[in-house]
Write a protein that binds this ligand. Structure first.
Ligand SMILES: C[S@@+](CC[C@H](N)C(=O)[O-])C[C@H]1O[C@@H](n2cnc3c(N)ncnc32)[C@H](O)[C@@H]1O
Length: 246
């Protein structure tokens, strides 16, 4: 059972920008569960996608792995030989806990947990890449480059799973889904103060795109088959497939 997130329950005099530091890492499972509608469904389904898509003797990348929830879901569901999972995050606090978390479970598939910036790593011989709520933290000008790198590193028949918070071009829909997310957090025990303090800290570091702009970027990167497979309010997940037979 993880620690309860009470980081923003008292007024904070000077709200800085959001960082994935020790304090966030300590409460992260509770925080993401209570803040992201559909998170646990997405984690389970990433495992099901892994079962279908991970090819023998290839690599799986979990980019922005935090504590390794998606990594563990993939590892539990891989049933082919000779695979390796490479889990990357640039937060030392996350990486330290991720290593402990992964080591706590025994499995045949090895996992390399790497502290690095996902903009600087190479992607090779991949059959699956996961960006589970990570791309939104990159500068929008750097998002296309990362998707291009992923497409190049994927084998034919490989899959990218891209989960994000979305914005919507229709202002009525945008406001409704924004408010539904707010209701979701309130229903999960967050106060108005916690919601608004967290929101203003994330404002400068988490810039959301529409589903359409994600699809356009994925197609520009080279992905032939792109669509949304999951959505709950303004959160969701896309799959992008690299054409070719396995
Ligand atoms: C919302 S969390 C991702 C949640 C995680 N994928 C999961 O499924 O539980 C975003 C993570 O991305 C990491 N991150 C953000 N920018 C990064 C970058 N440029 N390189 C590596 N990791 C990054 C953060 O440290 C954080 O742990």
């Amino acid at each position: 059972m993880s620690n309860r997130d009470t980081l923003f329950s008292a007024p904070i005099a000077k709200l800085g920008d959001w960082t994935f530091d020790e304090r966030v890492a300590e409460v992260f499972p509770d925080m993401i569960q209570r803040s992201v509608p559909g998170y646990s469904n997405i984690i389970s389904m990433i495992g099901m996608l892994a079962e279908r898509f991970v090819q023998p003797h290839t690599q799986v990348y979990d980019l922005g792995c935090s504590l390794g929830a998606a990594t563990l879901s993939v590892r539990r569901n891989i049933n082919v030989e000779g695979c390796k999972i490479i889990s990357v995050d640039n937060s030392p606090a996350m990486i330290e806990r991720c290593r402990r978390h992964i080591d706590a479970f025994r499995a045949d598939t090895p996992v390399d947990v790497i502290e690095a910036d996902i903009r600087n790593i190479s992607i090779e011989n991949a059959s699956m890449v996961v960006l589970n709520f990570t791309l939104q933290f990159l500068d929008p000008n750097e998002r296309q480059q990362l998707l291009n790198t992923i497409w190049h590193g994927l084998r034919p028949g490989g899959i990218l799973v891209l989960s994000e918070k979305f914005s919507f071009a229709d202002p009525v829909v945008d406001e409704l889904l924004f408010n539904m997310h707010h209701d979701f957090k309130r229903a999960n025990g967050y106060s108005e103060l916690e919601i608004s303090q967290k929101r203003s800290m994330l404002e400068n570091v988490m810039l959301t795109d529409s589903v359409e702009s994600h699809k356009a970027r994925l197609r520009t990167a080279g992905f032939e088959h792109v669509d949304l497979w999951f959505q709950c309010f303004n959160f969701g997940s896309l799959i992008a497939l690299k054409a070719g037979s396995v």
